[in-house]
Design a protein around this ligand. Structure first.
Ligand code: DMJ
Length: 690
């Protein structure tokens, strides 16, 4: 207990120090400008800097960052700074600027006194404004916008698109996902119910949520589909904004897919330090920018509160460390221009102060350590705190819509998540789910497949090349042993096996010299097929499936393949081995032996090849003690050890076999649920009230 308290204090102090660095940099170098330019150490004033297009529409010359940060100051117990900031806001901030601003961004970050055209993604802020001011017009108009969107849903799929023409109500973009463009709509339906206590919003949310789980959620992926033809996915990449969705699923009480998607996102951050703005279903960077978005921290916070699993503290710790290591600059924190290079961009968006520090601080805080009772508030999409006491205020407007009723058999409709309720005696619940996705990145891929059982309907299917190892099946390592001088059997690498190709435990493979494939990934026609004949090919992992590479190299005449990990720095010493599996198609045609080396071992092997030009290797289930075996000494460097298997002194391999699990099921399976709960109140976690 003392240990965890010290841990919490350490990280809270670190987060406070980071906040001070960011906030003071804004106040010292940028205020009253809207945003800080952390590389130039000055404020970003719209019109004075090169136009960045849409993202500049957040800048209304109203000291955006100061306003967006106000309630973070309260939550972080910086009450003197808060008072000072309020005084500055009252004294300096003006809304009578002749400037076009984004309605959405201004609503969520500022909510001024302007009469804005109601927008779907606005119900929380406008309802709060109505209930606090007593003027119903804000909530009424925001509600009308929500009603229109609901009416405009695609009746077959119950999905909505991402862009609608506000003049004629036609969908402009019919792709449907949970990320950019649509994220806050779903979020606000759920939260409008929580804040306002109106079941209409919950029923709408539940209708959409069922559709999302049917078509968009393919755990751990969240895909974009066509709203009119939802079994067809419309792109092969995901955007980073969808990282908020596991947090929303926690509010919904649907923890399993939340854990799965969050784990996938965590694996992506492990690869690239941050979530790139867009990444493919194979977890490659599609758009490398990272503007210090808070959504992943948000979901981490919700999952920790829902599960109590300290794993999520470790995730939070990694977020803190990566921000300090890769984004911190002398004048604040800088966005990352490209996660592949780590280059910085001269921007620090206001949401970094409004959201990131709130979620991180809350993650490492006990409720009693906060200056407010967090259970009394709900977060807006910008992490601003609205009091749930607003739900007891009489709603000023009503709708005439015919609304869907919750199905009696939908146990989740009126449930709230609770760590105690969902998995009372199973603290490892989250871990068992996460374990299935541990080695996902860089190896999974989505492919379109038809299936008779699905009546010819195309369905996006994740084929995680490593995820087919049945639960609890041990991965038995292989050995790549360097035989030719000067190695003479003394250099041995632990390698991963494959589920296809020659089974080296049953059929020994002879000595072959190695040669790099051209192209190195072996994902296109093999250009050095003539030279490759009779060699074991070296092929870089990535870009296409292991099976596709193996097939191509076998056809080119290679006698085996050693795959080398493309992720820098991986090694068998610190990365659990996995078993390569096929691509979902029959792999009987692949008969050559296959082995997988992590990148450190692979680098040693390729360096040896460059230095010595000829490197002979053995692919074996266990190391041969060649030095101790007189027969083997005689054989060296003869190119076949097939006949002398008997009599070799076998020793245990150095790396212990690791477990790998597959979980293909979706959804929480019948946990005891709270039924008949009338409303849910969100603070750090939902509390169910009858
Ligand atoms: C924030 O402004 C809000 O969270 C918004 O809903 C979308 N995302 C940005 C931060 O990424």
């Amino acid at each position: 207990m003392l240990h965890i308290l010290i841990y919490f204090i350490f990280f809270r102090d670190q987060i406070l120090e980071m906040f001070d660095h960011a906030y003071n940099s804004y106040m010292d170098y940028a205020y009253p400008a809207d945003e800080l330019m952390p590389l130039s150490c000055r404020g970003r004033v719209r019109g004075l800097e090169p136009n960045r297009g849409d993202i500049d529409d957040s800048l209304g010359k109203f000291s955006l960052t100061l306003i967006d940060t106000l309630d973070t100051l309260v939550l972080l117990n910086k009450l003197d700074e808060f008072e000072e900031a309020v005084k500055k806001t009252v004294r300096d901030v003006r809304f009578d600027n002749d400037i076009v601003v984004s309605v959405f961004e201004t609503n969520i970050r500022v909510l001024g006194y302007m009469r804005m055209i109601p927008h779907c993604t606005m119900i929380l802020e406008f309802a709060a404004l109505s209930r606090l001011s007593g003027d119903p017009i804000f909530e009424e108009n925001a509600r009308k916008a929500m009603d229109v969107l609901w009416e405009k849903r695609q009746r077959g799929s119950d999905l909505v698109g991402t862009v609608i023409n506000i003049h004629n109500g036609d969908w402009v973009r019919r792709d449907s996902g949970v990320g950019a463009g649509i994220d806050s709509y779903y979020e606000y339906l759920m939260k409008a119910y929580i804040l306002l206590g109106d079941k209409v919003y919950l029923n709408r949310f539940n209708t959409h949520y069922s559709a999302i789980m049917k078509y968009i959620s393919q755990p751990p992926l969240l895909l974009n589909v066509h709203m009119h033809n939802p079994t067809v996915n419309v792109r092969s990449w995901m955007d980073s904004l969808l990282a908020f969705f596991p947090g929303l699923q926690v509010l919904r009480g649907d923890l399993k897919p939340a854990i799965e998607t969050h784990e996938m996102l965590y694996q992506v951050t492990k690869q690239h330090n941050f979530l790139p703005e867009a990444f493919t279903t194979e977890f490659r960077v599609h758009w490398g920018q990272h503007p210090l978005r808070p959504e992943f921290a948000e979901s981490t916070y919700f999952l920790y509160k829902a599960t109590g699993d300290p794993y999520y503290l470790k995730v939070g710790q990694s977020i803190v460390e990566k921000l300090n290591t890769h984004a911190r600059v002398p004048c604040g924190f800088a966005a990352v221009q490209d996660v592949r290079t780590g280059t910085h961009e001269d921007r620090m968006d206001s949401f970094f102060l409004a959201e990131m520090f709130k979620y991180l601080y809350l993650l490492f805080s006990e409720k009693s350590q906060l200056p407010i009772n967090i259970d009394d508030y709900i977060f807006t999409t910008e992490a601003h705190l609205l009091p749930v006491s607003l739900s007891t205020t009489q709603p000023p407007c009503h709708t005439n819509n015919t609304e869907p009723q919750a199905h009696e058999d939908d146990l989740f409709s009126y449930s709230c998540p609770s760590a105690q309720t969902l998995f009372p005696n199973n603290p490892t619940f989250a871990k068992t789910i996460r374990d299935s996705y541990k080695y996902l990145t860089g190896v999974g891929r989505a492919q379109q497949a038809s299936s008779d059982s699905q009546k010819g309907v195309y369905k996006l299917k994740l084929v995680a090349e490593v995820s087919h190892t049945p639960e609890h099946e041990e991965v038995v390592p292989l050995i790549v042993q360097l035989i030719s001088p000067p190695f003479l059997g003394q250099t041995v690498f632990t390698a991963g096996p494959a589920k296809f190709g020659t089974d080296l435990t049953k059929q020994q493979h002879g000595v072959s010299s190695i040669m790099k494939s051209v192209p190195y990934t072996a994902c296109g026609p093999i250009e050095n097929a003539v030279e490759l004949q009779g060699h074991i090919a070296l092929a870089l992992r990535g870009d296409c499936m292991f099976a596709a590479k193996a097939r191509r190299l076998q056809e080119a005449g290679a006698t085996g393949v050693i795959f080398i990990d493309h992720r820098e720095g991986s090694s068998s010493a610190d990365t659990p081995l996995f078993q390569m599996v096929g691509d979902g198609e029959p792999t009987d045609d692949i008969t050559v032996p296959l082995a997988f080396l992590f990148s450190k071992e692979g680098a040693t092997l390729t360096a040896a090849l460059e230095e010595h030009h000829n490197v002979d290797v053995l692919l074996l289930p266990k190391e041969k003690q060649l030095g101790k075996d007189p027969e083997s000494r005689l054989l060296l460097p003869v190119t076949d050890l097939r006949s002398e298997n008997a009599g070799c002194a076998m020793e245990n391999v150095s790396t212990k076999p690791r477990l790998y699990h597959l979980s293909s099921s979706r959804g929480i399976t019948s946990p005891p649920l709270v039924k008949g709960v009338l409303s849910c109140i969100v603070g750090t976690i939902l509390i169910c009230t009858k």
